[in-house]
Design a protein. Structure first.
Length: 241
């Protein structure tokens, strides 16, 4: 699993310091992480990138961290937001965006605090990771369910389209019918959108008239008979996560 981390702070020296601490920590842990820096809340919000962890300065020029945090929560209820601040004056405001932790910039112990914070954040993310074993034609494989982007039915064969840690797309095949697989995964975050397609809702970017646009840019058809249910279930899912 790739962990994507954003650092948003208008002080370059703080951004570089936090990035150095993060990269030093994940190197020791053997965790695959990509890190991006942003010098303002406006730059971060216009990037439209998605992350698992965001380090967010509270007192920035332009939009402050609380405003940015509220905007983030409008589009992502699950991402871990960690506020980085010189003071805790805004701590109560942070509860409104469900802040995960606070880090004090001027503390001599910032590196140790950062390690504890990352440890807790990664543990939090791992608890949400689910795995399942499938007997593919390519061999039995234990998959992280969230790596499955969509499942396509081709006669009595299912194609599992996945994204790996390096963002490389993979396809595994299994002798199974989609109705049965739908029953196996219906309690998860998978949604039947067509007679031949089941989609992981985490990868849906938007739903159009007769198709779904995935975050991978792939377009999946939506059955006219399923369109209303698909929209309702996806809206409910986005409200829950």
């Amino acid at each position: 699993m790739e962990i994507k981390i954003a650092i948003c702070d208008d002080e370059e020296v703080i951004r570089k310091k936090l990035r150095m601490i993060v990269e030093r920590y994940v190197l020791k842990k053997g965790i695959f992480v990509t890190t991006e820096e942003f010098s303002s809340g406006e730059d971060f919000l216009t990037s439209n990138n998605e992350y698992e962890i965001i380090f967010l300065d509270i007192s920035m020029r332009g939009m402050d961290g609380i405003q940015v945090g509220k905007a983030i929560r409008e589009r992502d209820k699950e991402v871990v937001i960690i506020y980085v601040t010189a003071f805790l004056d805004f701590s109560l405001e942070g509860y409104k965006v469900n802040a995960f932790r606070y880090l004090l910039k001027k503390e001599k112990s910032i590196e140790a605090d950062m390690h504890e914070c990352l440890e807790a954040a990664l543990e939090h993310l791992n608890k949400k990771t689910e795995f399942q074993t499938f007997a593919f034609r390519e061999g039995k494989k234990k998959l992280e369910l969230n790596s499955i982007v969509y499942v396509e039915s081709r006669l009595h064969t299912l194609e599992f389209h996945l994204i790996g840690n390096n963002k490389e797309e993979k396809i595994y095949t299994i002798n199974e019918v989609l109705n049965h697989m739908e029953r196996q995964l219906q309690s998860k975050y998978f949604l039947r959108v067509h007679q031949s397609y089941m989609v992981n809702m985490n990868y849906i970017r938007k739903i159009q008239q007769d198709k779904i646009i995935l975050k991978t840019q792939k377009e999946i058809p939506v059955s006219r008979s399923k369109k209303k249910t698909v929209c309702e279930k996806f809206a409910a899912y986005k409200g829950e996560i």
